[in-house]
Design a binder for this molecule. Structure first.
Ligand SMILES: COc1cccc(Cn2ccc3ccc(-c4cc(N)[nH]n4)cc32)c1
Length: 234
């Protein structure tokens, strides 16, 4: 899987060389390239923004640098197997299903905007050539797309076979299908007693059936309290 990031702050993506994703890069499972969008500017000030047509506050990212970056990175031939991900507050919510689908992609290009966003013609042009996903990380406003791209990257790449040491842990996670789409149950480790708090007895019983039942009940109760929207049968 090749991941490209178009951004005016490429250093944001230096962290992808650390930990699990770093190992995936070292193992050749993932190939990461961050690009400074100003590479595709030609004026002395390396300008990437301009005033919004129709007025309004702030600045908008000019289309030209994005178009020239696309030309260099992707060429002009349409290829629906290339996924262009554009983080934006106005996008569809990024969810586990999106991460799962994108984990099968061979190529993903993250377009990280700043200012008040990217000239919409960039999205229109990209949509004619590649598979475009305008995605929101959540119902809050960030200053740009980089943090969202990092979070999406981690959610996507950890699902790629060979990246996680223990793939079994994937099936027990919140939002996973095996977890019935419920929130994950509380987890514990040693010591059995810590500052007056004990590990629930059932987890020390060694009775796998009782433990599984307790975990199912905990997941449902937690989901009922915190995320009733995830419950389908109520
Ligand atoms: C486009 O409309 C905007 C309105 C006000 C501020 C901004 C700032 N901004 C620029 C590019 C950009 C990309 C993504 C996000 C973002 C995503 C999520 N989930 N929150 N915030 C925010 C971004 C943009």
């Amino acid at each position: 899987m090749r991941l490209d990031y178009l951004t005016i702050f490429p250093e944001f993506f230096d962290v992808l060389g650390i930990s699990l994703l770093g190992k995936a890069v070292d193992n050749g499972i993932v190939d990461i390239h961050a690009h400074d969008l100003r590479t595709w500017t030609h004026d002395r000030h390396r300008t990437v923004d301009d005033t919004p047509c129709g007025g309004g506050a702030g600045m908008v990212m000019k289309p030209d640098p994005w178009g020239e970056a696309f030309d260099d990175l992707l060429g002009a031939d349409p290829d629906p197997s290339v996924h262009v991900v554009i983080p934006t507050p106005s996008g569809t919510p990024f969810r586990q299903d999106d991460a799962a689908q994108l984990s099968h992609a061979d190529r993903i290009v993250f377009c990280c905007g700043r200012y008040e966003g990217i000239d919409h013609r960039v999205i229109d042009y990209a949509s004619e050539h590649w598979s475009v996903h305008e995605l929101s990380l959540g119902d809050y406003v960030l200053n740009g797309g980089e943090v969202a791209a990092l979070a999406m990257t981690e959610a996507i790449v950890r699902l790629v076979p060979g990246v996680l040491g223990n793939p079994e842990s994937l099936s027990e996670e919140s939002y996973s299908q095996d977890q019935e789409g419920l929130l994950e149950y509380p987890v514990y480790t040693r010591p059995a007693s810590w500052r007056g708090w004990d590990v629930p007895e059932v987890l020390m019983s060694g009775h796998h059936g009782h433990i599984a039942q307790w975990r199912r009940e905990q997941s449902r109760e937690l989901t009922r309290r915190r995320r009733p929207d995830l419950l389908t049968d109520e």
